[in-house]
Design a protein around this ligand. Sequence first.
Ligand code: G3H
Ligand code: ZN
Length: 287
Amino acid sequence: MPLVTTGELVRAARAAGHGVAAFNVITLEHAEAIAAGAEAAGLPALLQVSENAVKFHGGRLGPLAAAMAAVARSSRAPLALHLDHVEDGELLRAAHPAGFGSVMFDASKLPYAENVKATAEAVRWGHERGIWVEAELGRVGGKDGEPPLDAHAPGVRTDPAEAAAYVADTGVDALAVAVGSTHAMTERTAALDQALIGRLREAVPVPLVLHGSSGVPDGEIRRAVAAGMVKINVGTALNTAFTGAVRGYLTDRPAAVDPRKYLAPARDAMARTVAHFLGLVAAPATS
Ligand code: G3H
Ligand code: ZN
């Protein structure tokens, strides 16, 4: 199937009143698992790679991007490629030649005015090249290398009026908002501020993005989609599934050496996780 774009998938999900899930890719097996999970669910998905994952690959975006595109093109499910949490201008500019139709430009650590200026510039750059641009207002803490933030601390949650002004001033295509989730949670115990999601949806004309969805329970994700979240980002849940399967295999067979033996169940476990999240976002809560 030909590659589709994030913009198309997000628009279609929003029009249908449901969400679309975006999964973080670290290795080839992650990309294969996302394709397999999407095929099993019969639903579209996004494959996204973060700046931190690019650093893991020695700062080289090209090899993983080429593998992701090849996996997506050979899939029976509609899949799009997204470059996630980009802070570095050089990596941002590499998105287009590497085949990404969308980026999340992350200036969320900057003070408001500097975030607006840097993001507006990234949006101008992206739109000149047909790239869909997501940005973040408020802080979803807990990213690799960062201390966890208290999601309830003042200034961490996204303010609806500020969000509306930010979208108008930057021209972003989608907005990542801070509503109670935290990156890299391995337990699904986060409580979202569903009322704030509703207020943000009323105030902001572009689709809303939930980061740190691995730590959010099923029911909270369903309610968040019903309240107005469209793009649901999932990373750690795949790694939890992957590592659990590898650990189980090697604990039972300490003499094993062939990586295919433990990567196969790890990939299957990730594919099941992908299919589960896709089913959740495609069936938002009705009450
Ligand atoms: O941008 C990626 C996501 O926000 C993933 O967060 O690893 O906590 O699911 P997570
Ligand atoms: Zn994120």
